[in-house]
Design a protein around this ligand. Structure first.
Ligand SMILES: [Cu+2]
Length: 280
């Protein structure tokens, strides 16, 4: 369902009277998300129900992926909301299977759900990803499952490393559409609890030093990403003074003040071993 602008304005005016403004506006913004703004990427079906997954790129890639999805019943009107949803991406490798970080599952309105999945590796000939979504619908549990293609992103937007016997996964969430100048930077940091379970790592310290290698310059007025309890991501400011290829040099320090990964840049060190790449 798509509201036209006049209807939204009328709705805002009507609801403004006697309601908590910010809450109401938030609800309207949420419910105005339309799947028409995204590309249908995968369809799964079971027993007369089908589930459509939309993404902005129309494909899954290594790094952070935001999925929007909706469950429908064949030949029926919109189902509305469903319960007890569990999203399980699994990579089927020869000797062992493993999952990856999944976070931010929420209903964004109109029976549309959003979830973020950070694939740490692409699928290949030996090992493929599958995506399983369990949910309760009409009082019954349904399991949607399908093999999916995860392509290798061109630039490094996710990295895995082991330190002090802990496996970490760190990835770039924003900027997803970088611009010249100031960008919000959001970074996800998870540790592997076991092959299938990943937990948010809170309150570590990050430094950020973006550099443009081709021109041997950095940029001023960046702000190191800091943990944000609300989103579970690390949020900072990234300033890219011109378009082109940038390397975001980072360091990661734990809550005991021990360096976990990365190096600060010096005359001798011109790139950190912990980095992301952006080209725009
Ligand atoms: Cu794998």
């Amino acid at each position: 369902m798509k509201f036209n602008n006049i209807y939204i304005v009328a709705l805002i005016i009507t609801l403004f009277v006697g309601c908590k403004e910010s809450q109401v506006i938030e609800e309207i913004i949420k419910s105005s998300i339309s799947l028409e703004d995204y590309t249908l990427t995968e369809t799964m079906s079971i027993e007369g129900y089908y589930l459509e997954i939309y993404t902005s790129k129309g494909e899954f890639q290594t790094g952070n992926n935001v999925l929007y999805f909706k469950v429908n019943k064949v030949g029926a009107e919109d189902l509305g909301s469903v319960d007890n949803m569990v999203i399980k991406p699994v990579m089927n490798m020869m000797k062992m299977n493993h999952s990856c970080p999944v976070y931010g599952l929420s209903e964004v309105g109109g029976g549309i759900y959003s979830v973020s999945i950070a694939f740490q590796m692409s699928g290949n000939d030996c090992c493929k990803w599958s995506l399983t979504i369990d949910l309760d619908i009409d009082g019954e549990t349904k399991t949607f499952s399908k093999e999916i293609i995860v392509l290798q992103a061109e630039k490094q937007n996710i990295t895995t490393f082991v330190a002090n016997e802990t496996s970490y996964i760190m990835f770039l969430v924003e900027p997803s559409a970088p611009v010249k100048g100031v960008n919000d930077i959001n970074i996800g940091l998870f540790k592997m609890e076991n092959m299938m379970s990943f937990a948010v790592v809170e309150d570590y310290t990050m430094t950020l030093d973006p550099q443009m290698p081709s021109m041997a310059h950095g940029s001023p007025n960046n702000e190191n990403p800091v943990f944000d309890i609300e989103t579970g991501l690390y949020k900072g400011v990234l300033n890219m003074t011109m378009s082109g290829y940038w390397v975001l040099n980072m360091t990661l320090t734990n809550t005991e003040d021990n360096l976990v990964k990365g190096e600060l840049l010096t005359d001798e060190v011109n790139q950190s071993s912990l980095f992301f790449e952006i080209e725009f």
